[in-house]
Design a protein around this ligand. Structure first.
Ligand SMILES: Nc1ncnc2c1ncn2[C@@H]1O[C@H](COP(=O)(O)OP(=O)(O)OP(=O)(O)O)[C@@H](O)[C@H]1O
Ligand SMILES: [Mg+2]
Length: 262
């Protein structure tokens, strides 16, 4: 079998805190195939960010193993492998949109000249719909635009794996839907492997090839779903019966037998 882009084998994470141990993730095993879009959906506090942290190597699991393209995470060369997009855009306020996007290539693509970096930054800002805003500072941009800058920054060096932590959670509904559509268009073009986390069920089902449902803390996998809808996925999908039923199915899983909501 070909190597998965990301593979987790029986991963457990327990945090040590002043008040004792907090079990965040319990026995997580999953595979993300190369160029696939996998989303982890689960209630607040179930360990989604923790999961991204262990995949990126920022945090070590208490037990279990992580493989990237078949290599043990502790041995894999990580430089240039990951792009991150967080819930908040985390831009440098003293740099323009273009300067913020060029930042990653200053770190991971040192061989490029300054002109090449800026050219690449301009190109990616264009792809996320920000042409004409290259020279604006973050405070001159709306929240949605700032998030587009963050997305451009993450994509600009063609990461093999894109980790996205509720990147659209702070946006209004209309902007969020527009950004979801744009992300899918960009992904169709670049085909990085995407590991996305969200607590929005509709977002998970709309974007992904596969959805992993996590339980309340400690996060355990309740179910893995292959999403049957054809791509490209039209906006109309949200209203379709099959889609609405699948949303309801995931919701009932998350609610659990006690009817508890996340
Ligand atoms: N550094 C830490 N030290 C101790 N406990 C932590 C730490 N980080 C997270 N936790 C705990 O682990 C659990 C999972 O946290 P995590 O941030 O992964 O959840 P999440 O699913 O991303 O939540 P949200 O949807 O609210 O972002 C939470 O109960 C949290 O309190
Ligand atoms: Mg989180």
């Amino acid at each position: 079998m070909a190597h998965a882009a990301i593979e987790l084998e029986h991963v457990h994470v327990t945090y040590r805190t002043r008040d004792g141990l907090v079990e965040a993730l319990r026995d997580i095993s999953l595979r993300v195939e190369p160029n696939a879009f996998l989303t982890v959906v689960g209630p607040s506090g179930c360990g989604k960010t923790t999961l991204l942290k262990i995949v990126s190597g920022v945090l070590r699991p208490s037990r279990g193993r992580i493989l990237l393209f078949g290599e043990d995470l502790s041995q894999a060369r990580l430089e240039g492998k990951f792009g991150f997009v967080f819930q908040r855009p985390l831009l440098l306020p003293w740099r323009t949109a273009m300067g913020n996007v060029a930042l990653t290539s200053e770190i991971v693509a040192k061989q490029l000249s300054r002109e090449q970096r800026l050219e690449r930054a301009r190109e990616w800002l264009g792809l996320t719909g920000l042409q004409g805003f290259e020279d604006k500072y973050p405070h001159e941009l709306s929240g949605g635009m700032q998030q587009r800058v963050a997305l451009s920054r993450a994509l600009s060096f063609h990461p093999q794996i894109l980790l996205m932590d509720e990147p659209f959670a702070a946006l209004d509904e209309i902007t969020r839907e527009a950004m979801q559509g744009e992300l899918l268009k960009i992904w169709a073009r670049i085909r990085s492997t995407i590991l996305f986390v969200t607590h929005s069920i509709a977002e998970a089902l709309l974007l992904s090839d596969r959805v992993v449902i996590l339980s309340h803390r400690p996060g355990e996998i309740l179910e893995t779903l292959d999403i049957p809808f054809e791509r490209p996925r039209a906006e109309l999908l949200r209203g379709q019966k099959e889609f609405v039923e699948l949303v309801e199915h995931v919701r009932s899983k998350l609610r659990g037998p006690e009817g508890q909501l996340g």
